[in-house]
Ligand binder design. Structure first.
Ligand SMILES: Cc1ncc(C[n+]2csc(CCOP(=O)(O)OP(=O)(O)O)c2C)c(N)n1
Ligand SMILES: [Mg+2]
Length: 568
């Protein structure tokens, strides 16, 4: 056995799930060793796609994602996706060959690249520590929720490896609690829960900051819970506490779907919030952010939080307390454990849950309840009508992945998802072009659900390398392209100021033909009547993926984008 093989075997023994990548000489042996160790390998067509697939896979499966790339350009191609993963604290391991000889064409400072984008850089430097380094990379990814680059110098990879591949996987069951599951004592996200507060201690005792939160919950007239990425595993615990405290429930975009089915679910807080959700969140006298930073998106630059409201954050990382909308009170701990402990302390009260509020949430709680004027016509479909039509047609057991752009709110707001495992939102770096690969990674993690990729024409064309991957993997995917023949976000950003727009507008491109060329079924939608073609696909054998090429109306910029421009 050589060192490269020992590293692959060690990671397989640690329990990595699926690996994604593009194989060249520098990662050939390590990838084959993963496969020999029982890991599924998914070949992407571009390393950028591979990185994002692994990120989405990790988010939706609760397991560590692995990306395998060639030295030099293999890694640089992966960088945007790795940055997204690092910013999102996705547990990810990047296996990269490394040309340490400075004369090599492939030589770059790979460790510096990784640290520059927020990842952790590690290196296997000898056969003796090959296995322990691989296990350490796994531990850091899981326990510290980091994206880890494990550099594999070519000469070290080729060296003989003596001895057994003997690893003791860290005592962590899963990296991110899987959608819908609640971690037990070994749950990954409880790592670090002992950070100074006594929240979550045995027997439901609370003290310190947690006791103060219990007091606030016992006194609040209009409490609202906003759950973020760090709460995706804690639906049951949060709902139980909210029932006692009379709190309304909302999420950040990345946790969309978490409270689906609750009569008190306001859906997403922030740019995508319904007018009712925005009104009720603004009306809160206590906002408790659970594993949620309350960033500018979730709070519309802070305006959704009333100046008179008390703000509390519960988070594994106390650094979150001071960032974005700052907390008046911070409780360190795992969200599920803290909520569980508090439930024993809070006496039932009505809080925000009056019959009048219940009736309003029923009547106005979804975007499709908000009246609008359908602007479809002239061979183009209103993106709201398109999204509502698709929401009606596509099976409910779906997993929706969203690219970035002006269009992005339409699917996020109008397409329902069954739970928090039905929405994959790789937007921490705000890169366009990640949507298709996000849908592929999510689809690999959740083969029980229909993957739906919602893309702009710009993001779709940037990601086309992976169309072949969708077909090759036999994914029953629906790709929806909101085609305005432009980088619409830029058009609506600069157009109103009279700037020339030739650099951000394009002639029509036949995206349906491009998809058919890859083996997709495709429907071009220029009005509501054309959605019949989608219905036909849904009712058919679904033996090929479907691309819906929607020519959308583009007179107006989306209003959530206007909000976003304030941040530029
Ligand atoms: C990688 C990357 N390049 C450029 C940008 C700047 N940018 C933001 S939105 C956008 C346009 C996206 O166009 P499209 O996918 O068609 O969506 P639309 O805005 O038209 O709805 C661009 C170029 C970005 N965010 N990421
Ligand atoms: Mg566009």
């Amino acid at each position: 056995m050589i060192v490269a093989e020992a590293v692959g075997r060690a990671l397989a023994a640690c329990g990595v799930g699926t690996a994604f990548g593009v194989v060249g000489s520098g990662n050939f042996h390590v990838t084959n060793a993963l496969v020999a160790g029982g890991v599924r390998f998914v070949a992407a067509r571009h390393e950028g796609g591979a990185a994002t697939m692994a990120d989405a896979y990790a988010r939706m499966s609760g397991r560590v994602g692995v990306v395998s790339v060639h030295q030099g350009p293999g890694l640089t191609n992966a960088l945007t996706g790795l940055t997204e993963a690092a910013k999102s604290r996705t547990p990810l391991i990047v296996l990269a060959g490394e040309a340490t000889e400075v004369q090599s064409n492939f030589h770059i400072d790979q460790a510096a690249l990784a640290t520059a984008v927020g990842a952790v850089a590690m290196r296997v430097t000898s056969p003796q520590e090959a296995v322990s380094r691989a296990a350490e990379a796994y531990r850091v990814a899981v326990e510290e929720r980091r994206t880890v680059l494990l550099n594999l110098p070519l000469d070290v990879q080729a060296a003989p490896f003596e001895g057994p591949v003997d690893v003791t996987p860290p005592a962590v069951a899963s990296a991110v609690p899987a959608a819908g599951s609640s971690p037990g004592a070994s749950g990954g996200s409880s790592a670090g829960a002992s950070g100074g507060s006594s929240a979550g201690s045995p027997a439901g005792e609370v003290a310190g900051e947690a006791a103060e939160l219990a007091r606030l919950l016992g006194a609040a007239e209009r409490p609202v819970f906003i759950a973020g990425r760090g709460a995706r595993h804690a639906r049951r615990e949060l709902e139980e506490l909210a029932d006692l405290a009379g709190a309304l429930l909302a999420t950040s975009a990345v946790a969309k779907g978490l409270f689906r089915g609750s009569p008190w679910d306001l859906d997403v807080s922030g740019g995508f919030a319904t007018p009712l959700a925005a009104e009720l969140i603004r009306g809160a006298d206590l906002v408790v952010a659970w594993g949620c930073a309350l960033n500018m998106w979730t709070t519309r630059h802070g305006t959704l939080v009333s100046p008179g409201a008390k703000v509390v954050k519960v988070d594994l990382d106390p650094a979150a307390f001071k960032t974005h909308v700052p907390a008046d009170l911070g409780v360190v701990g795992d969200v599920a454990r803290v909520a569980e402990a508090l439930a024993a302390q809070v006496a039932p009260r009505q809080g925000y849950r009056s019959p009048e509020i219940a009736a309003r949430v029923r009547a106005e709680g979804r975007w499709r309840d908000v009246p609008y004027e359908d602007e479809s016509g002239g061979g183009r479909i209103d993106p709201r009508t398109l999204s509502i039509g698709l929401d009606d047609l596509l099976p409910r057991e779906r997993i929706v992945a969203i690219d970035s752009g002006n269009f992005m709110g339409y699917p996020s707001m109008f397409m329902d998802v069954p739970d928090e495992g039905g929405f994959c939102f790789t937007q921490a770096f705000q890169s366009i072009g990640l949507g298709l690969a996000t849908a592929i990674g999510a689809a690999v993690a959740r083969p029980d659900r229909l993957p739906v990729a919602a893309l702009g024409d710009g993001g779709a064309l940037m990601g086309t390398a992976e169309l072949e991957t969708v077909v090759r993997l036999g994914l029953p995917m629906v790709i929806v392209v909101y085609d305005d023949e432009a980088y619409g976000a830029e058009v609506h950003h600069f157009g109103p100021h009279g700037h020339p727009l030739g650099t951000v507008t394009f002639p029509p491109a036949d995206l349906a033909a491009i998809a058919r060329g890859h083996g997709f079924a495709a429907v071009t939608v220029g009005g509501p009547g054309d959605l019949a073609g989608v219905a036909e696909w849904v009712d058919g054998p679904r033996d090929r993926p479907l691309l819906v090429h929607a020519k959308v109306t583009a007179e107006h910029g989306s209003w959530w984008l206007e909000e976003a421009f304030k941040g530029h």
